[in-house]
Write a protein that binds this ligand. Structure first.
Ligand SMILES: NC(=O)c1ccc[n+]([C@@H]2O[C@H](COP(=O)([O-])OP(=O)(O)OC[C@H]3O[C@@H](n4cnc5c(N)ncnc54)[C@H](OP(=O)(O)O)[C@@H]3O)[C@@H](O)[C@H]2O)c1
Length: 320
């Protein structure tokens, strides 16, 4: 079969289309004929071996697939090994996949896995959003960000402050339900966030940029405010935080990694939230933002566009 195989670490250029062996079904695992594969920001880290889990060569990137089983069922789910998704066929555990409703596109289904589940957990498990709380969502037109804005609106957030780098992305964040949008390139981000919240500090920040964006996000927290750190898109670490500095303001800094949900309690932390997310989409309450889709052979371009901030919503690969 054809797949994108990475045989050396590097930038998007190492994503090469190759001819590889088909996956072999195993007990509890079946071969899905892939029609679409999700592209996530984490994939760009895996390709250069800079993510939280060390990567071994060679490998096929991609943890999310949608497609059909030999019995004709259209399923969407995580790949069995956490990789192997950028391929014509992938191994999945059908018991952990969801059946895709006819009305749902491949991209919409894929958006609910890494990104939908992350948005769900950031709000429910990590930040524990309460009615009326103000929240800042960075990269608010991105895969996670757009869904987080929509879910925060739905789950009773107060003022939602969306951060994004372009006019077009800020318009998408407003359409998703943000009250106010700000430019991520503002010279004094902390002051800009406070202005956007009528001069007040904020209750929650969902932060995935790193560097000075993390610093600014911590600086704007209200008493009992929570900063949830779940990424480092800039690949730049923030200023270290001495734990004692969190006492004044009773601030929390919370880390989140979806892999911990998959490893610790996949039924309660993955299957159940996924069921809720699918229901929200079917009812029309949640509308995934479908971003650009690329043919499998153009995976390198998808990674280039994602890294260079040219994408919005769910980025995916289509597999003919
Ligand atoms: N911890 C977890 O379990 C988990 C799960 C899913 C995702 N994540 C993380 O969440 C973040 C969003 O993931 P996603 O897949 O939904 O991606 P995405 O938001 O669709 O795309 C990344 C966005 O990050 C923003 N960004 C800010 N600074 C950037 C920089 N220096 N370089 C590149 N992009 C920058 C850009 O939006 P603007 O142009 O608007 O700034 C860009 O479009 C990533 O950092 C990812 O690693 C973590």
């Amino acid at each position: 079969m054809r797949a994108i195989e990475v045989t050396e670490f590097g930038g998007p250029e190492v994503l090469q289309l190759s001819e590889v062996e088909d996956p072999i079904p195993l007990p509890g695992l079946e071969v899905l004929t892939v029609s679409g594969a999700g592209v996530n920001y984490a994939d760009t880290h895996a390709v250069e071996n800079s993510y939280l889990a060390a990567q071994e060569l060679p490998f096929i990137p991609g943890a999310e697939v949608v497609g059909t089983l030999p019995d004709g069922r259209r399923l969407c789910g995580f790949t069995a090994s956490g990789g192997g998704g950028y391929a014509e066929r992938a191994l999945v555990a059908p018991a952990m996949c969801f059946e895709v409703p006819d009305s749902m596109s491949d991209a919409a289904a894929l958006s609910l896995l890494v990104q939908g589940l992350t948005a769900w957990h950031l709000l429910r498990t990590s930040a524990r959003l309460q009615d009326g709380e103000s929240i800042v969502v960075h990269a608010a037109a991105g895969g996670v960000g757009n869904l987080a804005v929509q879910l925060a609106r739905q789950w009773g957030a107060g003022r939602i402050i969306a951060v994004a780098s372009t006019e077009e992305k800020r318009a998408q964040a407003l359409a998703a339900g943000a009250d106010v949008v700000i430019d991520s390139t503002a010279p004094d981000l902390a002051a800009t966030i406070r202005q956007a919240n009528d001069g007040k500090r904020v209750d929650i920040v969902l932060e995935m940029v790193g560097g000075t964006t993390t610093d600014a996000s911590l600086a704007v927290l209200a008493p009992f405010g929570r900063l949830v750190v779940y990424g480092m898109a800039s690949r730049t670490p923030a200023t270290p935080i001495p734990p004692a500095s969190l006492m004044v303001g009773s601030h929390s800094v919370i880390g989140f990694w979806l892999v911990d949900c998959l490893r610790s309690d996949p039924v309660r932390r993955v299957a159940e939230p996924l069921r809720e997310l699918v229901g929200l989409v079917v009812s029309g309450a949640l509308v995934p933002l479908e971003g650009p889709s690329y043919p499998l052979a153009e995976a390198a371009q998808a990674h280039r566009d994602l890294r260079e901030r040219r994408t919005f919503g769910k980025v995916s690969l289509t597999v003919p």
